[in-house]
Write a protein of this length. Sequence first.
Length: 360
Amino acid sequence: MFVNWVQCTEPLPITGDPPPELASVRTCGAAEIPPDRPLLFPIMTTTPGSRLGSSDLTVFPLALGGNVFGWTADEAESFAVLDAFAAAGGDFVDTADVYSAWAPGNKGGESETILGRWIAARGNRDSVVVATKVGAHPDFKGLKAANIAAATEESLRRLGTDRIDLLYTHFDDETTPVEEIVTALDQLVRAGKVRYVAASNLSPARLTASLEFAQREGLAAYVALQPKYNLVSRDSYEGELAEVTARFGLSAVPYSALASGFLTGKYRQGGPAVDSARAEGAGKNLETERGIKVLEALDAVAAEHGAELATVALAWLAAQPTVAAPIASARTVEQLPSLLALADLKLTDSQLALLTAASA
């Protein structure tokens, strides 16, 4: 059972003694809703969860991206988003030890620290599937065995937990043999510090070698892959990488699912400037024929469903083979409903075909 959000300008009429999930509220987690703003009400649904590969992890069909925590969203804003996500049934949060070292004044680990403080404050560790990544933190770059172990210890400390549910290698380190990487990850699983392991930004050849070695030696094998994948970036996953993922029974958990916000529809030719730290990169899609065609197709499908473009873009991605849960981030509570609506939007075959053709 998960929860979706509906917008109302007045409290929903509720009789009797409703469960807390259905009670009308003027707060969304830690963030108060101003009187002149439409209220958000959580409504229980029966949306099934998504299973990650061969693991026993069953998650909400959307992973909340933690890259904004400590970057474009401060701690209070991050707590509000996390509260709203959890209240809506969300249980899958994606972060990394390097988030957000690129921001002025940051050193890396800010996102993990905020997530850890939120979990401690809410006392909900067993209700959250925590996914993080190692290998890119300024102090722990690379995937040598000792580095993986040290970086994971620091992630555990910042997260305030004794185990990580899903640990990714963030970027491949081709100077390190896959045998060393896989063995180091297996040791973390055997020690109980990590439940399952996964990879991101890995070539088909190195992914295959890693999985074959793990199978041959009876070691913990990757259960998921985190590729860049969206309607304007398909060749970054489709093809050989997707084939390897499917052949070994992994789940894909795509990042950049909304192309840095481009697929929300807020970037338009001749439209107003977008106030976003990622505006320059996202806006470049308007310079391509594919970007324009994708927006036109999204507009058409969104109109048929009365849905937001972001929801449609995520629904197309979620319908692709091997995809378990796209990753999308929200720096404010107001950005969440269009992401969460993914759980209940099913596109028709013709709508999927239209979007696929537009993005070819």
